[in-house]
Design a protein around this ligand. Structure first.
Ligand code: PEP
Length: 221
């Protein structure tokens, strides 16, 4: 199974999001297509059966007195996946390794699969803190996203991304976890990543904002 994830980031009004879905015509595939939308879209969008939704943010706390937060239990039933540890939320929202680990635990408790973003040079400590909190790393997806490749048009070489993906499986002590690559993926370079032994899909930012462009990234299966 391969994963094709669109990360819309802070884009689209509700109307624009609905237009995106009405124009999105992916090829027929048995692989998993996921759209990570803003919270304002959730509950108002009914994606096609071929598609799952992801949230881009979750609170590190259980439900209670946490004004402004949206918790894993509240996302239950609205999404199947949630991004955590994206370099932008680490920077903009001070999401530390410890908070990422807490979020992963709460999401798993709510039956939502965490998509945990990792980046160099912090990979080892990011995985170490997860292991300390969870004891065993399972039921999640990792996305390797080198900072130098995000939104720059300078994608990392597929061979290097594959080496890092292998390193992640080793550090996590779990060879069966899906590892995705993210960073300037487009319709022209996607096949080079998908053909790598340890890469099971792609996380796509800029190129996912255009539904026709994102559809071209998805390979029929
Ligand atoms: C991202 O931010 O997750 C991402 C992969 O962005 P881009 O595809 O624009 O590099």
């Amino acid at each position: 199974m391969q994963y094709f994830i669109a990360n819309w980031k802070q884009n689209f009004s509700l109307k624009e999001a609905q237009e995106w879905f009405s124009r999105f015509a992916p090829p027929s595939t048995k692989d998993q297509i996921i759209v990570a939308t803003s919270h304002i879209h959730l509950g108002s969008i009914t994606p096609s059966p071929q598609l799952s939704l992801a949230a881009q943010f979750v609170s590190p706390y259980d439900n209670g007195a946490h004004t402004g937060q949206i918790g894993a239990q509240q996302l239950r039933g609205l999404v199947d996946y949630c991004l955590v540890g994206h370099s932008e939320t680490r920077k903009d929202l001070q999401e530390t390794d410890q908070l990422v680990a807490q979020k992963v635990r709460l999401l798993q408790k709510a039956n939502i699969t965490p998509i945990v973003c990792l980046d160099l040079p912090y990979l080892e400590s990011q995985i170490r803190v997860l292991l300390l909190e969870l004891l065993e790393i399972k039921n999640l997806i990792f996305a390797y996203e080198p900072l130098s490749a995000i939104g720059t048009g300078q994608s990392e070489s597929p061979q290097r991304a594959n080496e890092i993906a292998f390193k992640i499986t080793t550090l996590a002590h779990n060879r069966s976890l899906p590892i995705l690559y993210g960073g300037s993926v487009d319709p022209f370079n996607v096949t080079d990543y998908l053909s790598q032994e340890y890469i099971s899909g792609v996380l796509v930012g800029s190129a996912s904002l255009d539904p026709e462009e994102f559809a071209k990234i998805i390979k029929p299966s």
